[in-house]
Ligand binder design. Sequence first.
Ligand code: F6P
Ligand code: MG
Length: 435
Amino acid sequence: ASGFAPKITSFQEGTWAYITARDRWPKIVGKLVDHIHCSRRRFMEEYGSEADADVKNVIHALSETRYRMMTDKPLEDLKDEYYVDIGVYNKLVQDKRKENEPLLTWYKSEWLFVECYLYRLIYGAFHQQKHLSKYDYFGEQKRDSFKEHLRHIEESAKFTLEASTSNDVPFSFYLFLIFQSSLWGNQSDLSVSGGDASTVKHSLLEAARARDSYILQNDVEKAIKEIILPLKERPASHHRIDIILDNAGVELSMDLFLADFLVHSGLVNNVILHGKKFPWFVSDVTSVDFEWTLQQMENDEGDLKTFHERFQEKLKSGKIAYTSHDFWTYPHAFCDMKEAAPDLYEELAKSNLLIFKGDLNYRKLVGDRYWPWNYSFEKSLCSFLPTSLLTLRTLKAETVSGLSAEAVERMKREFGEDTKWLTSGDFAVAQLVKI
Ligand code: F6P
Ligand code: MG
């Protein structure tokens, strides 16, 4: 019966999905309107007086969106025809409308779908404009987040460099800490913090060492022992790991250290990094963020510069590559990937391990459903398993599966009826499914 666990909607008062629709979305859109309003003079200096019309159009479109979500109006078809995915979105809107009329509203539709639709709607508002079509409206927040966490990033760069040359401590131990730094980097998401750029208060290395008891299911060691280390025994084959990225700034930096360290170890020939094609869920990585981050590292004086040099070599030789696919900004759960993006599915199937970063990727893995918390994680993927996969996620949404009975017991003991542990970002999971 759990195969039919209900999908999350924003309808039920008091849930995180409800609070997201009532408070977080209007705040994110409002902040954007404010940002564009305040940037008007700068746009006009850059693009001339024509930019004024762009600014007005964007503010008008975003204000309308904000009004419609706040008054729980029905979802409309997307109207901008400037991006290839429009058909994908509108087919879903139309299909869902047929099924659910008159319930296809901002609060009553599936949460995952509406949230993706919102970020696609925002993109459309800009993309239709003459001068602002390529503008990254979340760029400033993402760049601030990198700068705010610079000392943590530098510390982890130093650690990665030392780990590559040290013979004192086993390689797997270093790898374990670098993995866990990447996991805790996911606390940095800007859509929860409402734009507060300094979301990660502690050093990532410190977190990697000291926050074990906050990881409710931890398969990192298992992934290292059972997937990564055994690659050594098959030296003739071509080994590849894919990281499906989440947020820019401190999280991306930790992911770059992980990618680099995996290739540097010689166990893995290739790491492919997957980003988004356009600004997404405020802080997600686009190609511009990727380039910008590397540029920042290059401009640094110390360990980051050294790290940048060796990372750059791997990029040049193709050992590390950055790519993006339209599917990552579709609203689908991953169990629909085979049908909606068969080319991507086939590509991922070539990998030895897929590492999915972050909360949104997790929601898409498990279809954003209310699974019983101790339900099998593998079963909640609903057959999505192109190859082995590991999810590294701090919990920021009311969906989780695969927890042990003890972990569930503990959360009930510590929090009672209160489910804030599911959404605070304080707790994490690292869950592996092997093919
Ligand atoms: O708003 C939905 C949500 O999944 C949150 O729960 C989370 O804060 C955010 O979006 C994205 O988080 P992440 O960057 O970890 O995917
Ligand atoms: Mg994100």
